[in-house]
Ligand binder design. Sequence first.
Ligand SMILES: NC(=O)c1ccc[n+]([C@@H]2O[C@H](COP(=O)([O-])OP(=O)(O)OC[C@H]3O[C@@H](n4cnc5c(N)ncnc54)[C@H](OP(=O)(O)O)[C@@H]3O)[C@@H](O)[C@H]2O)c1
Length: 299
Amino acid sequence: MTGMGKWLVTGAGGMLAQDVVARLAEEGESCVALDRRALDLTDAGAVTRALAEHRPAVVVNCAAWTAVDDAETREAEALRINGDGPAHLAAACRELGTVLLHISTDYVFSGDAEKPYAEDAPTGPRSAYGRTKLAGEQAVLTTLPDRGFVVRTAWLYGAGGGNFVRTMIKLEAVKDTLDVVDDQRGQPTWTVDLADRLVRLGRAALAGTAPAGVYHGTSSGETTWFGFTREIFRLLGADPERVRPTTSAAFARPAPRPAYSVLGHSRWQQAGIEPIRDWSEGLSSAMPALVAELQEGNP
Ligand SMILES: NC(=O)c1ccc[n+]([C@@H]2O[C@H](COP(=O)([O-])OP(=O)(O)OC[C@H]3O[C@@H](n4cnc5c(N)ncnc54)[C@H](OP(=O)(O)O)[C@@H]3O)[C@@H](O)[C@H]2O)c1
């Protein structure tokens, strides 16, 4: 089912976007990749012109302000990218009948639940970043009730950007022991696994077999940052006992981290798409490429 129309990926210089573009190429889909220099989402006129020029069937919005802590003191700037940007895109998509897949985050939730958040669970962001991302979600869902897809992800890592796994691989090489927080639960998610689901979801949307609305694009299963790090060490052939549990109180940061970021995946069934595999399987597939990338000397 290839060739149902062109795809356009925004924020194409980013970590997730690079794997979305690669996945589309592997799948034989025609794709225009626009990084921030080619398309600044805060420029409404530029967004309209880019869509009119390329007339994509599907837009995947990977552009975002992702500096979670900086957003606390620069919320207005973050809102222009995370809230107004998707609003401009959604308006342009509405004019052209384009499907919009918009990437969002677990930070739209308060993080104090005790069971996985359903796609329609009440939101309640505790951080500026979360508030700006929620504004983007609302713009997409309101403007595109039939063609807007919000895909929330979390704990993302991939070869194309700085991330937790890369940091831990580097630290394993230089530290005897590592203290890692054991009181935040989530679902580590490989960008390649998410990219695959985004391609399938876009195709299903074009085929009319996926209902518009919210999906949760995270791995199955759950762990803590501590459990995640132990598994990284194990896959590196290092002793997991070198990783020791600590609490979030030891790592105070400007923006509060959700304690519980486990997302439910039941909506995928309505689209006929399997949720992403268990986080540990994704990690074990991802590790060789992540290690090789560091050995090649990428920063
Ligand atoms: N990483 C995670 O753990 C995580 C967790 C939950 C959700 N998410 C969401 O997943 C999506 C992808 O994140 P990522 O990790 O791939 O982030 P990333 O690597 O920071 O990529 C974001 C990209 O957006 C670009 N961008 C920023 N402002 C822009 C603008 N005004 N116009 C166009 N492009 C702009 C950035 O360009 P510059 O670098 O030039 O600024 C960057 O290339 C985002 O929606 C993020 O909120 C990520």
